[in-house]
Design a binder for this molecule. Sequence first.
Ligand code: SF4
Length: 288
Amino acid sequence: MTETFTPGRPIWCAGCGDFAIQGIMEKALDSTGISRHKFMLLSGIGCSGTMQNNVQCYGYHALHGRVLPTAVGAKLSNPELTVIAAGGDGDGYAIGAGHLIHTFKSNPSIIYIVMNNSTYGLTKGQPSPTSPTGYRSNVEGDLDAIMLGLSISSTTFLARGFSGHPEQLEDLMVSALEHTESGKGLAFLEILSPCVTYYDTHREWRSRVLDVNNDDESYDPGDRAKVFQKMIEITGEGRIPIGLIYKGEYPSLESLILNSDYPPAALQDIKSPAIKEDYRKTMNSFLG
Ligand code: SF4
């Protein structure tokens, strides 16, 4: 008997930014014609980490901070899948920060959505890597993941949206899907998603965001050096840049490492005698 997964209802607080993000992600998937049976959503730990329970697709709840290597493994095993990794700023920028750097460096064709609320919502509001200095006695400086991505030469798509700007966010989500579906590498999409219960930044962020693509018609997302300079300028004025911030070119991880000697595991004929022999040899190697 075949059983079909039935998505659950979101368990977020009323008004949480994550509602809008899930809705827009599903709308973008449907508008780009991606079938749910070819889509996998993986999430990290945190409030946003429950998202894969709510969506009709393949889902996986990864270990804390480990959503990126798990998602990369899924993509390399089956490049025909559309893979989205999702999580929060605590999961992705603290315990998962090393994986973020290496994923920027290796450029796999997956989407990474970080729902940034600048706090640890699930554990009641402690300062996170993106919290401003002074928030709940935070003595540390805040991390800007777009600037981190700009500093790595192999990044190909860096964008930031805001849950309070749904139309722009849908455009960014569609662009991210087009980027990964055409095998161009990692689409990194940070989304400002206020935690209305423990750190309600909605009004503040609405007044501070600046849409770089519409504010200045000379803005060129393809010029890394000028984008870097512009980001420093905008953030120095206390604004938060949103939009398609950087788009470049670099070979994707799967185009560099998958070949006839290293074919994707999920697409191999598991009944072939050669595979059975490889499997037998591998298992025997553990026996010494
Ligand atoms: Fe959203 Fe904050 Fe509630 Fe978590 S605690 S569901 S981040 S509003």
